[in-house]
Design a protein around this ligand. Structure first.
Ligand code: DX5
Ligand code: ZN
Length: 215
């Protein structure tokens, strides 16, 4: 059964407490938090004060996805505001190995995200060091985009690489994910499914989350 990670980017920020309390009642084990800097991606989302607020409202795992340049500048700060899993982009990290070690030294799980154009094999030399591989199934920056079909192939390639290297890595898929593709994604090897609009635009988000866990 996949872990569902609703993405707060699609929540109602005027009613953030209500939306987090709704997730607390749901079967979702993680909460996905998208941090965008307007440089790495063409959009700015939210940062530390929002994450700290959410951490105070929930016991769920806080899964922080950094879409920022030079993410190594803020590793201890994200730990302080409550991040449990901290994911940086391969494309934004010049010294990825050092950054991964720094995240783990802070006691967080370390993730690496790949843009749709970045092949899985670039992680061959780092796969044993990481806890999570986030495969972007849209170009990062915005919620509500269409799922890129090539992602299915990348999940299979990621599962093969993890297996070949005897590594222990969760595969997460992010962007355009919902009840329509969740079962196929988890059957191919996805362990964590991020869903923004599919959850928060639904009449009954709790049902959508449960639906996505069936495979
Ligand atoms: C996009 C973000 C996603 C986004 C997903 O850059 O990384 O986490 O919130 O939103 P949906 O599920 O609506 O595509
Ligand atoms: Zn994300």
């Amino acid at each position: 059964m996949p872990i569902i990670a609703p993405s707060v980017l699609a929540a109602d920020f005027g009613n953030l407490q209500r939306d987090i309390e709704m997730l607390n009642e749901s079967a979702a084990e993680w909460i996905h938090l998208d941090v965008m800097d307007g440089v790495f991606v063409p959009n700015i989302s939210y940062g530390m004060p929002i994450i700290k607020t959410i951490d105070d409202l929930t016991e769920k795992v806080l899964d922080v996805h950094l879409m920022i340049v030079q993410p190594e500048r803020y590793i201890s700060t994200f730990k302080e505001v409550g991040a449990d899993v901290l994911t940086v982009h391969y494309e934004a990290s010049t010294h990825l190995h050092r950054t991964i070690q720094a995240i783990k030294n802070e006691g967080m799980k370390a993730g690496v995200a790949l843009n749709p154009h970045t092949p899985v094999h670039v992680l061959e030399d780092i796969i044993k060091e990481i806890d999570l591989l986030l495969i972007m199934s849209v170009n990062p920056g915005f919620g509500g985009q269409k799922f890129i079909q090539h992602t299915y192939e990348k999940i299979v390639q990621a599962a093969e690489l993890i297996d070949k290297k005897n590594a222990e890595v969760l595969i997460e898929v992010d962007g355009g994910v919902g009840p329509g593709n969740a079962a196929q994604l988890s059957q191919l090897g996805a362990d964590v499914l991020v869903a923004g609009n599919a959850v928060f635009s639904a009449a009954n988000p709790l049902d959508v989350i449960r639906e996505m866990m069936k495979n």
